[in-house]
Write a protein that binds this ligand. Structure first.
Ligand code: NAP
Ligand code: MG
Length: 405
Protein backbone atom coordinates (compact mmCIF):
# COMPACT_ATOMS: atom_id res chain seq x y z
CA UNK A 1 0.00 0.00 0.00
CA UNK A 2 1.20 3.49 -0.86
CA UNK A 3 1.73 5.91 2.00
CA UNK A 4 -0.38 8.95 1.43
CA UNK A 5 0.78 12.54 1.83
CA UNK A 6 -0.63 14.07 5.00
CA UNK A 7 -2.40 17.43 4.96
CA UNK A 8 -1.80 18.79 8.45
CA UNK A 9 -4.50 21.44 8.69
CA UNK A 10 -7.97 20.94 7.22
CA UNK A 11 -8.51 22.53 3.85
CA UNK A 12 -11.90 24.23 3.62
CA UNK A 13 -13.81 22.75 0.67
CA UNK A 14 -16.78 24.52 -0.93
CA UNK A 15 -18.64 22.23 -3.31
CA UNK A 16 -20.73 23.69 -6.13
CA UNK A 17 -23.13 23.13 -9.00
CA UNK A 18 -23.77 21.55 -12.38
CA UNK A 19 -20.88 20.46 -14.65
CA UNK A 20 -18.22 21.82 -12.32
CA UNK A 21 -19.68 19.76 -9.44
CA UNK A 22 -19.27 16.64 -11.59
CA UNK A 23 -15.67 17.51 -12.54
CA UNK A 24 -14.91 18.45 -8.90
CA UNK A 25 -15.88 14.96 -7.78
CA UNK A 26 -13.82 13.28 -10.52
CA UNK A 27 -10.78 15.37 -9.55
CA UNK A 28 -11.09 14.29 -5.93
CA UNK A 29 -11.57 10.64 -6.79
CA UNK A 30 -8.91 10.29 -9.48
CA UNK A 31 -6.30 12.92 -8.62
CA UNK A 32 -6.46 13.58 -4.88
CA UNK A 33 -7.86 10.73 -2.78
CA UNK A 34 -5.40 8.12 -4.13
CA UNK A 35 -2.41 10.19 -2.99
CA UNK A 36 -3.48 12.45 -0.17
CA UNK A 37 -4.65 11.91 3.34
CA UNK A 38 -6.87 14.88 2.82
CA UNK A 39 -8.67 16.29 5.79
CA UNK A 40 -11.26 18.77 4.60
CA UNK A 41 -13.84 20.94 6.30
CA UNK A 42 -16.63 20.42 3.76
CA UNK A 43 -19.43 22.87 2.88
CA UNK A 44 -21.96 21.94 0.26
CA UNK A 45 -22.87 25.08 -1.67
CA UNK A 46 -25.12 23.20 -4.08
CA UNK A 47 -27.95 25.57 -4.87
CA UNK A 48 -30.56 23.30 -3.22
CA UNK A 49 -28.51 23.07 -0.05
CA UNK A 50 -28.05 26.83 0.07
CA UNK A 51 -31.81 27.08 -0.26
CA UNK A 52 -32.48 24.52 2.50
CA UNK A 53 -30.14 26.29 4.92
CA UNK A 54 -31.36 29.77 3.96
CA UNK A 55 -27.81 30.32 2.71
CA UNK A 56 -26.37 29.78 6.20
CA UNK A 57 -23.97 27.26 4.62
CA UNK A 58 -22.23 30.03 2.65
CA UNK A 59 -21.82 32.16 5.78
CA UNK A 60 -20.45 29.12 7.64
CA UNK A 61 -18.00 28.40 4.83
CA UNK A 62 -16.68 31.97 5.01
CA UNK A 63 -16.18 31.56 8.77
CA UNK A 64 -14.31 28.29 8.20
CA UNK A 65 -11.93 30.00 5.74
CA UNK A 66 -11.29 32.62 8.41
CA UNK A 67 -10.61 29.85 10.91
CA UNK A 68 -8.26 27.68 8.83
CA UNK A 69 -6.91 30.24 6.36
CA UNK A 70 -7.27 28.38 3.04
CA UNK A 71 -10.35 27.39 1.04
CA UNK A 72 -10.96 25.81 -2.37
CA UNK A 73 -14.23 26.52 -4.13
CA UNK A 74 -16.12 24.90 -6.99
CA UNK A 75 -18.21 27.15 -9.26
CA UNK A 76 -21.72 27.88 -8.05
CA UNK A 77 -24.97 29.10 -9.57
CA UNK A 78 -25.84 32.70 -8.86
CA UNK A 79 -29.62 32.38 -8.94
CA UNK A 80 -31.79 34.62 -11.10
CA UNK A 81 -35.54 34.32 -11.67
CA UNK A 82 -35.05 31.46 -14.13
CA UNK A 83 -32.95 29.51 -11.64
CA UNK A 84 -35.50 30.14 -8.88
CA UNK A 85 -38.09 28.37 -11.06
CA UNK A 86 -35.70 25.67 -12.27
CA UNK A 87 -34.67 24.62 -8.75
CA UNK A 88 -37.89 25.70 -6.97
CA UNK A 89 -35.95 28.02 -4.65
CA UNK A 90 -37.41 30.09 -1.81
CA UNK A 91 -35.73 33.15 -3.31
CA UNK A 92 -32.89 34.32 -5.54
CA UNK A 93 -30.09 33.95 -3.00
CA UNK A 94 -27.11 36.26 -3.25
CA UNK A 95 -24.08 35.21 -5.26
CA UNK A 96 -21.94 33.01 -2.96
CA UNK A 97 -18.86 34.74 -4.31
CA UNK A 98 -20.27 38.13 -3.34
CA UNK A 99 -21.02 36.78 0.17
CA UNK A 100 -17.53 35.31 0.51
CA UNK A 101 -15.83 38.42 -0.83
CA UNK A 102 -17.88 40.66 1.45
CA UNK A 103 -16.84 38.52 4.44
CA UNK A 104 -13.18 38.11 3.52
CA UNK A 105 -12.63 41.46 1.72
CA UNK A 106 -9.52 41.52 -0.42
CA UNK A 107 -8.53 41.17 -4.02
CA UNK A 108 -9.05 38.46 -6.62
CA UNK A 109 -5.93 37.71 -8.67
CA UNK A 110 -6.58 35.97 -11.99
CA UNK A 111 -3.73 34.55 -14.02
CA UNK A 112 -3.91 32.75 -17.36
CA UNK A 113 -2.67 29.16 -17.45
CA UNK A 114 -0.22 28.97 -20.35
CA UNK A 115 0.68 25.92 -22.41
CA UNK A 116 3.23 25.75 -25.23
CA UNK A 117 0.76 24.68 -27.91
CA UNK A 118 -1.78 27.47 -27.39
CA UNK A 119 -0.76 30.96 -28.40
CA UNK A 120 -2.65 33.96 -27.07
CA UNK A 121 -5.05 35.52 -29.58
CA UNK A 122 -3.13 38.77 -29.12
CA UNK A 123 0.18 38.08 -30.81
CA UNK A 124 2.16 40.66 -28.82
CA UNK A 125 1.42 38.95 -25.48
CA UNK A 126 4.59 37.13 -24.51
CA UNK A 127 4.02 36.96 -20.75
CA UNK A 128 0.84 36.52 -18.72
CA UNK A 129 -1.36 39.49 -17.92
CA UNK A 130 -2.56 39.06 -14.37
CA UNK A 131 -5.78 40.80 -13.36
CA UNK A 132 -6.12 42.11 -9.80
CA UNK A 133 -9.84 42.49 -9.27
CA UNK A 134 -11.18 44.43 -6.31
CA UNK A 135 -13.55 42.05 -4.55
CA UNK A 136 -15.76 44.41 -2.59
CA UNK A 137 -18.74 46.63 -3.32
CA UNK A 138 -19.78 48.52 -6.47
CA UNK A 139 -22.50 46.89 -8.55
CA UNK A 140 -22.11 43.53 -6.72
CA UNK A 141 -23.73 44.97 -3.61
CA UNK A 142 -25.80 47.64 -5.26
CA UNK A 143 -29.28 48.79 -4.35
CA UNK A 144 -31.71 49.04 -7.25
CA UNK A 145 -35.20 50.38 -7.83
CA UNK A 146 -37.44 49.98 -10.83
CA UNK A 147 -39.35 53.22 -11.13
CA UNK A 148 -42.92 52.76 -12.36
CA UNK A 149 -44.05 56.33 -12.78
CA UNK A 150 -43.16 60.01 -12.45
CA UNK A 151 -41.16 61.18 -9.44
CA UNK A 152 -37.83 62.46 -8.18
CA UNK A 153 -34.84 60.24 -7.39
CA UNK A 154 -32.43 61.51 -4.74
CA UNK A 155 -29.20 60.32 -3.17
CA UNK A 156 -29.29 60.89 0.60
CA UNK A 157 -26.55 60.38 3.18
CA UNK A 158 -27.58 60.69 6.85
CA UNK A 159 -24.47 60.93 9.06
CA UNK A 160 -24.73 59.79 12.69
CA UNK A 161 -24.14 63.40 13.68
CA UNK A 162 -24.67 66.48 11.58
CA UNK A 163 -26.87 67.38 8.66
CA UNK A 164 -27.96 65.02 5.89
CA UNK A 165 -26.51 65.41 2.43
CA UNK A 166 -29.09 65.25 -0.31
CA UNK A 167 -28.57 65.34 -4.05
CA UNK A 168 -31.07 65.15 -6.84
CA UNK A 169 -30.29 62.33 -9.29
CA UNK A 170 -33.08 62.69 -11.80
CA UNK A 171 -36.70 63.69 -12.24
CA UNK A 172 -38.47 60.78 -13.90
CA UNK A 173 -41.36 61.82 -16.11
CA UNK A 174 -41.86 58.20 -17.15
CA UNK A 175 -40.80 54.72 -15.91
CA UNK A 176 -37.13 53.93 -15.55
CA UNK A 177 -34.46 52.39 -13.36
CA UNK A 178 -32.17 53.46 -10.53
CA UNK A 179 -29.04 52.06 -8.93
CA UNK A 180 -26.85 53.08 -5.98
CA UNK A 181 -23.41 51.64 -5.34
CA UNK A 182 -20.83 52.18 -2.62
CA UNK A 183 -17.32 51.42 -1.51
CA UNK A 184 -15.22 52.19 1.54
CA UNK A 185 -11.81 53.88 1.86
CA UNK A 186 -10.68 50.96 3.98
CA UNK A 187 -11.50 48.35 1.35
CA UNK A 188 -9.97 50.41 -1.45
CA UNK A 189 -6.77 50.88 0.57
CA UNK A 190 -6.51 47.16 1.28
CA UNK A 191 -7.12 46.48 -2.44
CA UNK A 192 -4.29 48.87 -3.28
CA UNK A 193 -1.96 47.27 -0.72
CA UNK A 194 -2.65 43.72 -1.98
CA UNK A 195 -1.88 44.85 -5.53
CA UNK A 196 1.34 46.69 -4.63
CA UNK A 197 2.46 43.71 -2.53
CA UNK A 198 1.63 41.21 -5.30
CA UNK A 199 3.43 43.23 -8.00
CA UNK A 200 6.49 43.64 -5.79
CA UNK A 201 6.52 39.95 -4.92
CA UNK A 202 6.34 38.98 -8.60
CA UNK A 203 8.62 41.88 -9.73
CA UNK A 204 6.18 43.07 -12.36
CA UNK A 205 4.75 46.50 -13.19
CA UNK A 206 1.39 47.47 -11.74
CA UNK A 207 -1.17 49.25 -13.90
CA UNK A 208 -4.31 50.70 -12.39
CA UNK A 209 -7.13 52.14 -14.44
CA UNK A 210 -10.53 53.69 -13.72
CA UNK A 211 -12.91 56.11 -15.40
CA UNK A 212 -12.07 59.04 -13.13
CA UNK A 213 -12.61 61.64 -15.86
CA UNK A 214 -16.34 60.87 -15.70
CA UNK A 215 -16.73 59.48 -12.18
CA UNK A 216 -14.73 62.22 -10.49
CA UNK A 217 -15.72 61.47 -6.89
CA UNK A 218 -16.17 57.69 -6.96
CA UNK A 219 -13.43 56.55 -9.35
CA UNK A 220 -11.42 59.62 -8.40
CA UNK A 221 -11.27 58.34 -4.83
CA UNK A 222 -9.86 55.00 -6.01
CA UNK A 223 -7.14 56.83 -7.93
CA UNK A 224 -6.34 59.10 -4.96
CA UNK A 225 -6.03 56.20 -2.51
CA UNK A 226 -3.78 54.20 -4.85
CA UNK A 227 -1.59 57.21 -5.40
CA UNK A 228 -1.39 57.98 -1.66
CA UNK A 229 -0.50 54.35 -0.82
CA UNK A 230 2.16 54.32 -3.53
CA UNK A 231 3.82 57.58 -2.52
CA UNK A 232 3.86 56.75 1.20
CA UNK A 233 4.60 53.06 1.32
CA UNK A 234 5.70 51.50 -1.97
CA UNK A 235 7.57 53.98 -4.18
CA UNK A 236 11.03 53.22 -2.86
CA UNK A 237 10.60 49.46 -2.95
CA UNK A 238 9.24 49.68 -6.50
CA UNK A 239 12.20 51.80 -7.62
CA UNK A 240 14.65 49.38 -6.03
CA UNK A 241 12.95 46.45 -7.74
CA UNK A 242 13.02 48.30 -11.06
CA UNK A 243 9.27 48.11 -11.49
CA UNK A 244 6.71 50.80 -12.15
CA UNK A 245 3.30 51.89 -10.87
CA UNK A 246 1.30 53.40 -13.69
CA UNK A 247 -2.18 54.94 -13.57
CA UNK A 248 -4.13 55.51 -16.74
CA UNK A 249 -7.73 55.94 -17.86
CA UNK A 250 -9.42 52.58 -18.47
CA UNK A 251 -9.97 53.26 -22.19
CA UNK A 252 -6.29 53.98 -22.60
CA UNK A 253 -5.35 50.92 -20.56
CA UNK A 254 -7.47 48.64 -22.78
CA UNK A 255 -5.80 50.05 -25.90
CA UNK A 256 -2.31 49.66 -24.39
CA UNK A 257 -2.99 46.10 -23.14
CA UNK A 258 -3.65 45.04 -26.74
CA UNK A 259 -0.18 46.22 -27.74
CA UNK A 260 1.71 45.22 -24.60
CA UNK A 261 4.01 42.27 -24.08
CA UNK A 262 2.20 41.28 -20.90
CA UNK A 263 4.04 40.46 -17.71
CA UNK A 264 2.08 43.02 -15.71
CA UNK A 265 -0.49 43.14 -12.95
CA UNK A 266 -3.55 45.06 -14.09
CA UNK A 267 -5.55 46.29 -11.09
CA UNK A 268 -9.22 46.83 -11.84
CA UNK A 269 -12.37 47.76 -10.01
CA UNK A 270 -14.83 44.95 -9.29
CA UNK A 271 -16.89 45.04 -12.50
CA UNK A 272 -14.00 45.94 -14.81
CA UNK A 273 -12.01 43.03 -13.36
CA UNK A 274 -14.92 40.63 -13.80
CA UNK A 275 -15.28 41.43 -17.49
CA UNK A 276 -11.64 41.99 -18.42
CA UNK A 277 -10.48 38.76 -16.79
CA UNK A 278 -12.94 36.78 -18.95
CA UNK A 279 -11.61 38.61 -22.02
CA UNK A 280 -8.01 37.80 -21.07
CA UNK A 281 -8.87 34.16 -20.27
CA UNK A 282 -10.62 33.70 -23.62
CA UNK A 283 -7.74 35.35 -25.46
CA UNK A 284 -5.50 32.75 -23.82
CA UNK A 285 -7.56 29.91 -25.24
CA UNK A 286 -10.52 29.27 -22.95
CA UNK A 287 -12.30 30.43 -19.83
CA UNK A 288 -11.01 27.18 -18.34
CA UNK A 289 -7.39 28.36 -18.71
CA UNK A 290 -7.43 30.90 -15.89
CA UNK A 291 -6.74 30.59 -12.18
CA UNK A 292 -8.40 32.75 -9.58
CA UNK A 293 -7.47 33.38 -5.96
CA UNK A 294 -9.02 35.71 -3.43
CA UNK A 295 -6.36 37.16 -1.13
CA UNK A 296 -7.70 38.92 1.94
CA UNK A 297 -5.79 41.57 3.89
CA UNK A 298 -5.94 39.27 6.95
CA UNK A 299 -4.10 36.59 5.01
CA UNK A 300 -6.97 34.26 4.07
CA UNK A 301 -6.88 32.58 0.66
CA UNK A 302 -9.71 31.18 -1.42
CA UNK A 303 -8.88 29.39 -4.68
CA UNK A 304 -11.39 28.76 -7.46
CA UNK A 305 -11.77 28.59 -11.23
CA UNK A 306 -12.56 31.86 -12.97
CA UNK A 307 -15.40 30.30 -15.00
CA UNK A 308 -18.97 29.40 -14.05
CA UNK A 309 -20.78 26.07 -13.72
CA UNK A 310 -20.70 25.37 -17.51
CA UNK A 311 -24.47 25.05 -17.59
CA UNK A 312 -24.81 24.15 -21.28
CA UNK A 313 -22.48 21.17 -20.95
CA UNK A 314 -24.37 20.05 -17.84
CA UNK A 315 -27.67 19.97 -19.71
CA UNK A 316 -26.00 17.84 -22.39
CA UNK A 317 -24.70 15.56 -19.64
CA UNK A 318 -28.22 15.26 -18.18
CA UNK A 319 -29.50 14.17 -21.60
CA UNK A 320 -26.95 11.36 -21.51
CA UNK A 321 -24.79 12.97 -24.19
CA UNK A 322 -21.00 13.04 -24.05
CA UNK A 323 -19.34 16.22 -22.80
CA UNK A 324 -15.85 17.57 -23.29
CA UNK A 325 -15.54 20.07 -20.42
CA UNK A 326 -12.14 21.33 -19.41
CA UNK A 327 -11.23 20.75 -15.76
CA UNK A 328 -7.85 22.55 -15.86
CA UNK A 329 -8.90 25.60 -13.84
CA UNK A 330 -10.62 23.40 -11.25
CA UNK A 331 -7.48 21.27 -10.95
CA UNK A 332 -5.48 24.49 -10.47
CA UNK A 333 -7.94 25.62 -7.77
CA UNK A 334 -7.05 22.46 -5.83
CA UNK A 335 -3.32 22.71 -6.53
CA UNK A 336 -3.33 26.39 -5.54
CA UNK A 337 -5.09 25.62 -2.26
CA UNK A 338 -2.89 22.63 -1.52
CA UNK A 339 0.32 24.56 -2.28
CA UNK A 340 -0.70 27.41 0.03
CA UNK A 341 -1.70 24.90 2.73
CA UNK A 342 1.70 23.23 2.35
CA UNK A 343 3.49 26.58 2.61
CA UNK A 344 1.57 27.59 5.73
CA UNK A 345 2.00 24.17 7.36
CA UNK A 346 5.66 23.91 6.27
CA UNK A 347 5.00 20.56 4.57
CA UNK A 348 7.16 20.61 1.40
CA UNK A 349 5.76 17.28 0.22
CA UNK A 350 2.33 18.91 -0.11
CA UNK A 351 3.84 21.78 -2.14
CA UNK A 352 5.60 19.24 -4.34
CA UNK A 353 2.35 17.34 -4.90
CA UNK A 354 0.68 20.58 -6.01
CA UNK A 355 3.54 21.24 -8.47
CA UNK A 356 3.25 17.71 -9.89
CA UNK A 357 -0.50 17.97 -10.24
CA UNK A 358 -0.22 21.18 -12.27
CA UNK A 359 2.60 19.81 -14.37
CA UNK A 360 0.56 16.66 -15.10
CA UNK A 361 -2.37 18.75 -16.36
CA UNK A 362 -0.15 20.98 -18.53
CA UNK A 363 1.76 18.02 -19.99
CA UNK A 364 -1.51 16.36 -20.93
CA UNK A 365 -2.56 19.37 -23.00
CA UNK A 366 0.93 19.83 -24.44
CA UNK A 367 0.95 16.19 -25.54
CA UNK A 368 -2.10 16.97 -27.69
CA UNK A 369 -4.75 15.42 -25.44
CA UNK A 370 -7.32 18.08 -24.75
CA UNK A 371 -10.97 19.00 -24.39
CA UNK A 372 -12.98 20.51 -27.23
CA UNK A 373 -12.56 24.13 -26.14
CA UNK A 374 -8.77 23.86 -26.54
CA UNK A 375 -8.66 21.74 -29.67
CA UNK A 376 -10.25 24.66 -31.52
CA UNK A 377 -7.41 27.04 -30.64
CA UNK A 378 -4.36 24.79 -30.21
CA UNK A 379 -1.51 24.59 -32.74
CA UNK A 380 -2.19 21.70 -35.10
CA UNK A 381 -0.26 18.57 -34.14
CA UNK A 382 -0.21 14.93 -35.22
CA UNK A 383 -1.13 13.78 -31.71
CA UNK A 384 -3.96 16.25 -31.17
CA UNK A 385 -7.01 14.40 -29.94
CA UNK A 386 -10.27 15.56 -28.41
CA UNK A 387 -11.19 13.68 -25.25
CA UNK A 388 -14.28 13.74 -23.10
CA UNK A 389 -14.54 15.25 -19.63
CA UNK A 390 -13.60 12.08 -17.81
CA UNK A 391 -10.89 10.89 -20.21
CA UNK A 392 -9.02 14.16 -19.77
CA UNK A 393 -8.88 13.70 -16.00
CA UNK A 394 -7.84 10.06 -16.45
CA UNK A 395 -4.88 11.01 -18.63
CA UNK A 396 -3.87 13.67 -16.09
CA UNK A 397 -4.07 10.92 -13.44
CA UNK A 398 -1.77 8.65 -15.48
CA UNK A 399 0.75 11.49 -15.90
CA UNK A 400 0.54 12.33 -12.20
CA UNK A 401 1.05 8.70 -11.22
CA UNK A 402 4.27 8.60 -13.32
CA UNK A 403 5.63 11.66 -11.52
CA UNK A 404 4.85 10.36 -8.07
CA UNK A 405 6.46 6.95 -8.52
P1 NAP B 1 -19.71 29.60 -17.74
O1 NAP B 1 -20.07 28.50 -16.85
O2 NAP B 1 -18.42 30.28 -17.43
O3 NAP B 1 -19.69 29.07 -19.22
C1 NAP B 1 -19.81 29.88 -20.37
C2 NAP B 1 -19.29 29.13 -21.60
O4 NAP B 1 -17.86 29.16 -21.56
C3 NAP B 1 -19.66 27.68 -21.66
O5 NAP B 1 -20.93 27.48 -22.20
C4 NAP B 1 -18.54 27.10 -22.48
O6 NAP B 1 -18.68 27.44 -23.85
C5 NAP B 1 -17.35 27.91 -21.97
N1 NAP B 1 -16.72 27.28 -20.79
C6 NAP B 1 -16.66 27.77 -19.52
N2 NAP B 1 -15.98 26.95 -18.72
C7 NAP B 1 -15.61 25.90 -19.48
C8 NAP B 1 -14.91 24.69 -19.21
N3 NAP B 1 -14.44 24.41 -17.97
N4 NAP B 1 -14.70 23.83 -20.23
C9 NAP B 1 -15.15 24.09 -21.46
N5 NAP B 1 -15.83 25.22 -21.78
C10 NAP B 1 -16.06 26.12 -20.80
O7 NAP B 1 -20.81 30.73 -17.69
P2 NAP B 1 -22.42 30.60 -17.80
O8 NAP B 1 -22.80 29.37 -18.52
O9 NAP B 1 -22.83 31.93 -18.27
O10 NAP B 1 -22.88 30.49 -16.31
C11 NAP B 1 -23.35 29.28 -15.74
C12 NAP B 1 -23.59 29.49 -14.27
O11 NAP B 1 -22.36 29.77 -13.62
C13 NAP B 1 -24.53 30.64 -13.96
O12 NAP B 1 -25.58 30.18 -13.12
C14 NAP B 1 -23.66 31.65 -13.22
O13 NAP B 1 -24.37 32.25 -12.17
C15 NAP B 1 -22.55 30.80 -12.67
N6 NAP B 1 -21.25 31.49 -12.52
C16 NAP B 1 -20.52 31.16 -11.42
C17 NAP B 1 -19.26 31.67 -11.23
C18 NAP B 1 -18.49 31.25 -10.03
O14 NAP B 1 -18.97 30.50 -9.20
N7 NAP B 1 -17.27 31.72 -9.87
C19 NAP B 1 -18.71 32.53 -12.19
C20 NAP B 1 -19.46 32.83 -13.34
C21 NAP B 1 -20.73 32.29 -13.51
P3 NAP B 1 -19.39 26.49 -24.94
O15 NAP B 1 -20.81 26.32 -24.50
O16 NAP B 1 -19.22 27.30 -26.19
O17 NAP B 1 -18.65 25.18 -24.96
MG1 MG C 1 -16.91 36.98 -15.04
Amino acid sequence: MKTKIQIKTPLVELDGDEMTRIMWRMIKEKLLFPYLDLSVDYYDLHIKHRDETNDQVTADAAKAIMKYGVGVKCATITPNEERVREYELKKAWKSPNATLRAALDGTVFRKPISVRNIRPAVSSWKKPIIVGRHAYGDVYSSCEIQVDGPGTAELVFSPLSGKSIRKKIHFFSSPGILQAIHNTDESIASFARSCFAFALDQKIDLWFSTKDTISKTYDGRFREIFSREYEHFWKEAFQQAGIEYFFTLIDDAVARIMKSEGGILWALKNYDGDVMSDMIASANGSLAMMTSVLVSPQGYFEYEAAHGTVQKHYYRHLQGKETSSNSTALIFAWSGGLRKRGELDATPEVVMFADFLEAAALETIESGIMTGDLLLVADPGPNNRKVNTEEFIEVVATNLEKKLT
